[in-house]
Write a protein that binds this ligand. Sequence first.
Ligand SMILES: [Zn+2]
Length: 312
Amino acid sequence: MKKSTTLLLATVSAVLLAAAPARAALKVVATTQDLESLAKEVGGDKVETESLAKGYQDPHQVEPKPSFILKLNKADLLIVVGRELEIGWLPALINQARNPRIQAGADRYLDASNFAHILEIPTGQITRAMGDVHPLGNPHYWLDPENGKIIAREIADKLGELRPADKAGFSQRAAAFSSRVTEAEKRWLAMIAPYKGLKVVTYHRSFPNLAYRFGLNVIGYVEPRPGIPPTPQHTLDLINEMKAQNVKVMLIEPYFDLKTPNSIGRATGAEVLVMPPSVGGVKEITDYFKLFDYDLNLLMTALKKVGDAGTR
Ligand SMILES: [Zn+2]
């Protein structure tokens, strides 16, 4: 080969290399905005993220849309909350997506609950006929920031598997995220510390991990069982229990009817707080950090009104 030809070839390849686009971002579909937020933290500009459920929707009951099937069809990775949270709507969508890589159990299907700290794992036999939508333990586990760190680590490992060249970068981003959570958690814990043991009632069992981390004591639920609407007798019993224990704070997820909670609030003098359990629950909650900022500030505002009622 002549020297000039070699030079020319070298020049052409250099130009081609320079012109070659960077590898396309991995298309990550998360079932919820919480998981999407964590995937963004870890993936940075190496991922393009989407979420199926919106944070203001009940994640147990999401209306499937044709656009979801399209997103799943193109997904390089699907991240699910798991513990059967999405069982009512996701399996059919996955079946229709014609993307074998993201089927349950396939290598591009990531169940974020694998290593998270899961509460309320039933010990006896639980069947769906009993109306319990949490048969594999509580699926709302992302509401403990320590679980957020664990999920981020999991996502980093999976992304690293899919893109070995970026593995170290994903690891670093997960570690940086984890440090930021540790810092924020100190602040959040300091805010809530004076109210340790605060008794609250929630509508659905959405907040056990939040309660566990921040020292709240959930003494009852507006729902008689997870997924079962309130009954007059249960409501009456709950009112009596709240009066007996001087409970002045109720946490209600944004997608539940406020009629029963408000009537309980009137009967007991408790503050009814509409508390989003997810990123995207209200427009201010744009990421995982803002979720805790928003919810804990909401709680603080109510506690300023009710004082230390229910903390002893
Ligand atoms: Zn639930």
